[in-house]
Design a binder for this molecule. Structure first.
Ligand code: MG
Length: 616
């Protein structure tokens, strides 16, 4: 059976994942394409809508209510407290009937009076299930990673198994299971009929208290470090037939636009299902909802910079020739080696306006992007007349899929100028660096990775002069397309003198010293790096005197790892936020020069202050 022939999984999202009130969350979930929701009790309690109205609202939106949650601290060694829990449960059952949902999540107790004895726990769960069954309802029992006695899925399964009641099953939550390092493989041995609900969340690797980790740092699948396809596969193999439901508590998402966060969330589930289907286990009955594998990428086709007249002289000094003028738009094509830069003079500050990748099959790439909810680019924004498939990334960068050299390619939109240049040895675009808005970093990383079919590459975190910066690169397996994404670790404060959301284009060269010398001779504004950097480099690496002198002279930054060396020379910031870099990779260096980024950032700021002083 082909991957797509299997039924695509149903999707759901817990209302706690999204910002706002139920009135905001429900339409956001529906618009993003979710089939259902989990109603988080505090959202209902805070809502003016009675449960029956929530039911109607969801029905109008085409949303099922797959779960009501959470019911805490059910069991107790104190019979009176347990009796009180059962009374409380009957009230909640009434709410569920009005909501029209049949399953409630009961999480393992954290209370001091929680039941340790598994037989007594099973007895109490059985008593609750009996009451639920009498009303046609079900109990999904979840092991919290910090539960007092039940904190792993095998313990929760042991209690459910012993309770042996048809109205009692399990809630599996990927965070609780993977955060404790449990092996999910044995989930495949649990009868599928006992898996009532599956909650999915990713998270970064963090060494911290698991409750804090869960409450603040959960992420949508594919945004963190958990191997969720390896988690989902045994769950599906067990025969789980319910929705893939997201339960993500995250400080940033909690204050993000719910409509946008819901799209990000839904995309994460589509990509997870695709990745799980791609594991190729014939026994895992998951459909691939994307069903359009990412076509091979063959490199960067071009980068489009919006710019005023100040950029052209810098490109010329870097050895680029202006080879074409657009037939109808104020756009110039500049080329050198395999590097193409479009300069769009439509106005606006210097910025990366568009990325274009060489795709083996642009229409297929565009179909894939659409299936992953990437917004199509309004046609008039494109730089080309050719009908290039294009979408808009979360950071507002336009992304084009091209096949340069095909019959109707984008280059035909440009009238050749006949201009040529000797060049300085630029061979192509190594990568593009894009700082992301604080609120959209995880969304952007997932977007670029899934829509373009890239894989996670290097990740890093460094102390920049004006705040901590997190970086994450995504690239294709052949390293022909690379993107380096960065973000401030904290929302920028009032004192933010650094370049706001910097962007750069890294140009590949084979000999950075020769290229930088030629560029400087032609008047390129290369960034000066302080002597202290070279004194430190000398102490660390004992480079030859000649090499060090050349570095010092040209402002070369040298990052060395066991795999190789990353050499770069940067220009000053052109306009407010963009610079260009000449990059030479030696050996198998697969990084982005992040260890040198603080030095580069301080140098950029110093240069800008000097220029402002001159102007004043
Ligand atoms: Mg949960």
């Amino acid at each position: 059976m082909s991957r797509e022939a299997r039924t695509a999984p149903r999707t759901a999202i817990a209302t706690v994942c999204l910002s706002g009130a139920l009135e905001d969350k429900l339409p956001a979930a529906a618009a993003a394409g979710f089939d259902g929701v989990e109603i988080f009790e505090p959202d209902l309690v805070a809502s003016p809508m009675p449960p029956g109205e929530v039911r109607l609202r969801c029905a109008d939106l085409g949303l099922s209510i797959d779960l009501y949650q959470p019911f805490r601290d059910l069991d107790s060694v104190d019979p009176e407290r347990f009796a009180a829990s059962l009374r409380r449960a009957e009230h909640k059952f009434g709410v569920m009937e009005a909501l029209g949902t049949d399953t409630v999540l009961v999480c393992s107790s954290v209370a001091p009076d929680a039941v340790a004895d598994v037989d007594l726990l099973a007895e109490q769960l059985h008593a609750l299930a009996e009451r639920a069954a009498a009303r046609g309802l079900r109990i999904a029992y979840e092991a919290l990673a910090w539960g007092r006695h039940v904190n792993t899925y095998d313990r929760s399964w042991e209690a459910v198994r012993r309770a042996d009641h048809p109205a009692l099953g399990l809630c599996l939550d990927s965070f609780h299971i993977l955060s404790r390092g449990s092996d999910p493989a044995a989930i495949a041995d649990i009868p599928g009929a006992k898996l009532f609900i599956l909650q999915l969340a990713d998270a970064p690797h963090l060494a911290m208290d698991v409750l804090q980790w869960s409450r603040h740092h959960r992420l949508f699948p594919g945004q963190g470090a958990f191997d969720l396809p390896a988690f989902l596969e045994p769950v599906l193999r067990a025969g789980y037939a319910g929705p893939l439901s997201l339960e993500v508590f995250n400080d940033v998402f909690r204050q993000a636009d719910p409509a946008r966060a819901a799209v990000d969330a839904h995309r994460s589930l589509l990509a997870l299902a695709e990745a799980t289907a791609a594991r190729g286990d014939a026994a895992a009955p998951v459909g691939d909802p994307v069903a359009e594998p990412a076509p091979e990428l063959r490199g960067h086709a071009f980068v489009e910079l919006s710019a005023d007249g100040s950029l052209a002289p810098v490109l010329a000094a870097l050895g680029f020739a202006r080879t074409g003028l657009h037939r109808t738009k104020p756009v110039e094509r500049w080329e050198q080696g395999g590097a193409r830069i479009l300069v769009n003079r439509s106005g606006g500050p210097v910025a990366v306006a568009a990325l274009a990748v060489e795709s083996a099959d642009p229409p297929a790439a565009a179909r894939r992007a659409t299936r992953l909810s990437a917004p199509r680019l309004p046609r008039e924004r494109g730089p080309a007349e050719a009908d290039l498939a294009a979408v808009t990334a979360p950071d507002d960068t336009a992304v084009f899929f091209c096949r340069t050299g095909a019959e109707t390619d984008w280059t035909g939109d440009f009238v050749p100028t006949g201009e040529t240049a000797a060049g300085i040895g630029v061979t192509g675009i190594d990568h593009v660096g894009l700082a992301q808005p604080f609120d959209h970093f995880d969304e952007a990383a997932l977007f670029y990775r899934t829509v373009l079919g890239l894989e996670p590459a290097a990740t890093g975190e460094f102390a920049a002069p004006f705040g901590l910066v997190r970086s994450r690169a995504v690239a294709d397996a052949q390293r022909r397309v690379r993107l380096a994404l960065t973000v401030s670790l904290l929302r920028r404060g009032e004192w933010a003198p650094g370049v706001s959301e910097p962007q750069y284009v890294a140009l590949a060269v084979d000999d950075v010293l020769a290229a930088a010398r030629a560029a400087r001779a032609a008047g390129a504004p290369l960034l000066a790096i302080p002597d202290n950097y070279y004194a430190d480099l000398d102490a660390r690496l004992a480079l030859s005197k000649e090499r060090l002198a050349a570095y010092r002279d040209l402002g070369v930054l040298h990052e060395e790892t066991a795999e190789g060396v990353y050499l770069q020379v940067c220009t000053e910031v052109l306009g407010g936020r963009v610079f260009l870099a000449l990059v030479q990779r030696v050996g198998d260096h697969d990084g982005y020069g992040w260890t040198d980024a603080p030095v580069r950032m301080a140098a950029h700021r110093r240069r800008r202050l000097a220029r402002e002083r001159v102007r004043a």
